[in-house]
Design a protein around this ligand. Sequence first.
Ligand code: AKG
Ligand code: FE2
Length: 211
Amino acid sequence: MPEVRPGVILHPEALDRDAQVALLGALQAALRDAPVFTPTMPRTGTPFSVRMSNLGPLGWVSDLQGYRYQATHPDTGRPWPAMPDVLLDLWRDLTGYPQAPEACLINIYEGTARMGLHQDRDEQDLDAPVLSVSLGDTGVFRIGGTSRRDPTRSFRLKSGDVLVLGGESRLAFHGIDRVIPGSSSLLPEGGRINLTLRRVTRQQAAAEPSS
Ligand SMILES: O=C(O)CCC(=O)C(=O)O
Ligand SMILES: [Fe+2]
């Protein structure tokens, strides 16, 4: 699989069209239970252009209080829906990481939504890679190094592509410059859905043997 740069592996069309359609169906059902919400920037309260929801034991949220993971939906107070098996299988097969992902952030890009350069660093377990699945219109993904000033490059993420960010790129700055309208027929209304799977907590250290 092409290593775009050290620690960044692109798996083009890891999900074929049938698998994308099946995953989309599972997402639509989950979003009825955990409706999309508009996160806001800590301190300023400026809304993100991307709307979000989550699957799994923990979900990522952002509001005036800051960025964090929590076990329940900020509006409904209910636990997040489970991650479908296809996502758990992708994680196992493409990361090989021994622990299961705990959070699947659903990013919904409509219209001119984009995501500025940032690091994923709200997790305690930074040894686990981040795995992201793209569905719908092509996203122009930009990635640099671990300093905001490092040079960046961009490449396209198409529907069904899976990107794994790990190793020396686990803390690389990255974002989505734009989504290319009309580039996929998967989503009837157009736009892009990104699923970002992460391990959040560190595995408990094994208990000391009692003497
Ligand atoms: O939409 C994408 O491909 C990137 C999403 C992302 O970087 C994030 O949710 O942290
Ligand atoms: Fe990210």
